[in-house]
Design a protein around this ligand. Structure first.
Ligand code: SF4
Length: 217
């Protein structure tokens, strides 16, 4: 909106009136951030093929400033979790997420990343990446089409538009950013955030077993 439309009572010389814009710091920050999201080169399974298609010239992600896929988490703004998340991969995914600088975003692409998908009951599959890292946008489908992924990316842009530099964590002095505990790989993947709960449950189970054994004697 031009200054003339927004503030008709401010005297602005006629020759520059259409060139003056009134905006806010938030709008400028968000505008620049939303139009330069660099995704990480990162694919897990079949959904990754659709993500690669979305990056092709046919769909032209340059329109959104997102065509620069980076091969390192340190230069990436967005992690697209595209594919089946196995227990073996989760520690690596969380480690990569921790290596991304703020501001960072996560898009969960497809049924597998969202909730395990067709392999949900598999012994080695995690039922949703959001159990381990915070997800900003979920894209449903098996696999989602490139158009669906682009819709998810536009939804992320809309989310960024709502952010305010007064409350985003990466400008806060108190909160230096979240460092997520890396899960321990094993037959039963352990989420380190739930370690206290797991310990308490194990102790309770032990006590229950001991009480049962005593009553049986
Ligand atoms: S959601 Fe479907 S297409 Fe995507 S990784 Fe899982 S099985 Fe493959």
């Amino acid at each position: 909106m031009t200054a003339k439309e927004l503030a008709p009572d401010i005297a602005i010389p006629e020759e520059v009136a259409d060139n003056v814009f009134i905006t806010s710091l938030n709008t400028i920050y968000n505008w620049s951030r939303r139009n330069s999201i660099w995704p990480m080169v990162f694919g897990l399974a079949c959904c990754a093929i659709e993500m690669i298609c979305a990056a092709s010239s046919r769909y032209d992600l340059s329109r959104f400033g997102m065509e620069v896929f980076r091969a390192t988490p340190r230069q990436s703004d967005l992690m697209i979790v595209s594919g089946t998340v196995t227990k073996k991969m989760v520690p690596t995914i969380v480690r990569l997420y921790n290596q991304m600088p703020e501001p960072r975003y996560v898009l969960s692409m497809g049924a597998c990343a969202n909730g395990g998908g067709p392999f949900k009951e598999g012994y080695n599959v995690v039922d949703g990446i959001d159990k381990f890292i915070p997800v900003d946008v979920y894209v449903p489908g098996c696999p989602p089409t490139p158009q669906a992924l682009i819709h998810g990316l536009i939804s992320l842009q809309e989310k960024i538009d709502q952010q305010s530099i007064t409350n985003v964590p990466w400008y806060s002095k108190d909160d230096p950013g979240e460092f997520l505990p890396i899960p321990v790989l094993g037959p039963d993947l352990i989420d380190m955030r739930q370690l206290d709960i797991i310990r308490a449950e194990a102790k309770a189970a032990e006590k229950e077993d001991a009480a049962l054994a005593e009553s049986a004697e």
